[in-house]
Design a protein around this ligand. Sequence first.
Ligand code: NDP
Length: 317
Amino acid sequence: MGKTKGNEEIGVEKHVQVLILGAGCAGLTAGIYAARAGAQVLILEHGLPGGQAALTAAIDNYPGLPDIDGVSLMQKMEQQAVSCGTELLCTGVLSVDPAIKTVETEQGRFTADTLILATGAVPKELGIPGEDKFRGRGVSYCATCDGFFYRGKEIYVVGGGNSAAEEALHLAQLGKRVYLLVRKNALRCDAAIRERLLCHPKIEVCYHRELVQLQGEAEMEFLLIRNSETGELTRVPAAGCGVFIFIGYRPASELFAGKLEMDENGYLITDERLQTSVPGVFAAGDVRKKELRQIVTAVSDGAIAGSQACKFLSDML
Ligand code: NDP
């Protein structure tokens, strides 16, 4: 993790002023703001820093940086957080007790004066037969990670939102042909990207199409696709093809269930200062209940949560 401290230096038990869960754009920005305000900050991340944004091929709408790719943007954010004095530790989080601001991890217990929960969201699954069986062997939730394996092949993308549209455009650079399976008769993505999709020579937008099953013995061999208007089922040969699923995200909030107020979908409820139902515990980014989930709004959340956490620290004195 670049300039981060070695895990052995951090030890098995540590108290910090600001403890952040998640090193996506919200968590890293919170780290930048809190560290620049003079707080001692530690970010815990179970995977690689960068979150969902680092898995996005091209980011078209981050102001000031048109055409930047997700990996580059998130590397810059990570470098900036580290250079401001934020520590990053790669470890799995086992449990969180917001009431006493304590986090149990695979590398010991951490306590804090204030917590910022920026755990983001994870891709939703279709929940159809064969999806688990062929995960990583035909089925993927990340075009940047797995698109390369389907160069010159036919690729099926499920979904009609911004994620599916953007990733279909990326995959069209690699695949022979991309079929976008949209369950209704309309795309939900922004107009600008819809135009690019509809006129792309290698992309076919297939409305009223639902993927209902992935079939095969050792390898994926067929897709069962249902016409949602007529109910007709079609069995499509799919040996060697890629199936990319982008049907939205669900909040990574299981660790907080029953401990913090959430909406019916598991998004954390915050006030305007991004404080959760427990004082001194803030939430930022996609894990939070809000209208618009974008990199720019996650960054905005991070800035608010980081500065509010520092205000909470000064109010403690
Ligand atoms: P969205 O919720 O926006 O869209 C989900 C899509 O998947 C919809 O077309 C939906 O269809 C379809 N869908 C949902 N469930 C199923 C299912 N079971 N079977 C088939 N299709 C299904 O999710 P996204 O991941 O696209 O985006 C999430 C958020 O992130 C959005 O706010 C989006 O704007 C944002 N985003 C922003 C980007 C950017 O700014 N650059 C890039 C990517 C995402 P239906 O319409 O029928 O419900």
